[in-house]
Write a protein that binds this ligand. Structure first.
Ligand code: UD1
Ligand code: UDP
Length: 381
């Protein structure tokens, strides 16, 4: 791509996976409105199809697409490929600032490649900590590496800002902005009200399952591969034995997840294992479900905003705000605990009502504009 020869500072936003694309499309949009800077986007395509699914619902056409995904990639090969690919791209562009989001291999390598070139780094969704380097793995360490390098830390909440202060990050480098996922969610809910995005297959599925309580499921975490996913699958199988419920499970494209879930749940009439949904359709599932069973980070932030209880299939969470608000509960990957809490939500109305309250500790939908303001000010002043 030909980058304009201009005196305006260049800001490169780097992302590669589904959640980064969802959480960064509002930031890229906000930056694109700032005429004082050149807004450049670079995707590693650490995820190919799931990234494209998000790009397709936005107006963003990446300036650089490194197309780096390989089937069943290991952390070593992924990290090596992404670091080298981003490094080469930064050399070509010569930006004044790099923006990364969250905790993926792409985000960590984006920050590291920038650091190797002494380019300052902005971290969106900074300060999330579980204080356990194996849960989530490898994300907890990725976040700490990025936090060490960044000089602009966009903390979604006061809790995450406090974690950064505890690590002696200077106060003038921290901005509490809200989480950009709420910007994405609110924009998507509003668009869905203006235009019907519901996919025909999902609509037919909702109609076929009407009268049943829908439990939305997602699961993909690397630290759960093996026993964790096997236990989750066994809990889902037992839950699906009830006639009054149906599980809708858009299955992550990771082959390690698909193999276990297909073995355990394939052919069960009460389980709809479907392909990953595009974001507006996933939001429709969030809206339609009775509650969510998930190990996802983003879903823990979105479901409370829509008043949907979330059972979090992790031992720890770096997003304690949902738990504190009473809309999320940690159930780990213990089959009995998952079932106990799921049955409470299904059978105990008071228990359900106590968790099903709309609560949004994660932001007001303006995070991306705040982030763009700080970035712009630092570059033009
Ligand atoms: C990655 C992130 C994780 C994030 C998750 C979001 C790392 C180390 N992990 O995990 O933090 O929560 O994304 O979903 O960065 N695949 C496809 N098509 C796709 C996407 C994935 O086929 O569109 C398959 C490929 O075989 C790929 C595998 O899934 O090799 C794993 O993808 P990868 O990005 O390495 O890890 P995730 O488990 O998705
Ligand atoms: N999501 C989606 N389609 C799906 C499943 C999830 O658009 O079929 C969205 C979800 O709303 C959330 C994000 O993807 O915003 C979460 O991504 P994922 O669970 O892959 O990663 P994590 O949040 O755990 O990093």
């Amino acid at each position: 791509m030909e980058i304009r020869k201009s005196s305006q500072p260049k800001v490169v936003t780097i992302f590669g996976t589904r959640p980064e694309a969802i959480k960064l499309f509002p930031v890229v949009r906000a930056l694109s409105k700032r005429s004082s800077l050149q807004n450049i986007s670079c995707v590693t395509a650490q995820h190919r199809q799931m990234l494209d699914q998000v790009l397709d619902i936005t107006d963003i056409v990446p300036d650089y697409d490194l197309d780096l995904m390989r089937a069943d990639q290991s952390l070593d090969e992924l990290t090596g490929r992404v670091l080298a690919g981003i490094g080469q791209t930064l050399d070509e562009i010569g930006p004044q600032r790099v923006v990364v989001q969250g905790d993926t291999a792409t985000a960590m390598c984006g920050a590291l490649a920038a650091y190797y070139r002494k380019i300052p780094v902005s971290h969106v969704e900074a300060g999330l900590r579980s204080y356990n380097i194996y849960h989530p793995w490898p994300e907890e360490v990725n976040r700490k590496i990025i936090g060490t390098i960044a000089d602009q830390h966009f903390a979604p909440t006061e809790t995450s800002a406090a974690a950064l202060r505890k690590e002696n990050v200077p106060e003038d480098q921290i901005s509490v902005t809200g989480n950009t996922v709420i910007d994405a969610l609110l924009a998507t809910v509003q668009k869905s009200q203006e235009k019907d995005f519901l996919d025909a297959d999902l609509k037919a599925l909702f109609e076929r399952l009407s009268g049943k309580k829908i439990i939305g499921v997602t699961s993909h975490r690397r630290e759960n591969f093996g026993d964790g996913l096997t236990n989750i699958a066994a809990a889902l199988r037992e839950l699906a034995g009830r006639d009054d419920v149906a599980l809708i499970f858009p299955v992550h494209l990771n082959p390690n997840v698909r193999a276990i879930m297909n073995d355990a749940l394939g052919g069960l009439s009460n389980v709809a294992m479907i392909e990953p949904l595009d974001y507006p359709n996933f939001v429709a599932l969030l809206d339609a479900c009775t509650f969510m069973l998930t190990d996802s980070g983003g879903v823990q932030e979105e479901a409370p905003a829509l008043g949907k209880p979330v059972l979090v299939m992790r031992d720890t969470t770096e997003r304690p705000e949902g738990v504190a608000a009473g809309t999320a509960k940690l159930v780990g990957t213990d089959k009995d605990l998952i079932l106990k809490e799921a049955y409470e939500l299904l059978d105990n109305e008071r228990y359900y009502d106590a968790m099903a309250k709309a609560h949004n500790p994660f932001g007001d939908g303006q995070a991306s504009e705040r982030i763009a303001d700080v970035i712009e000010q630092s570059l033009v002043s």
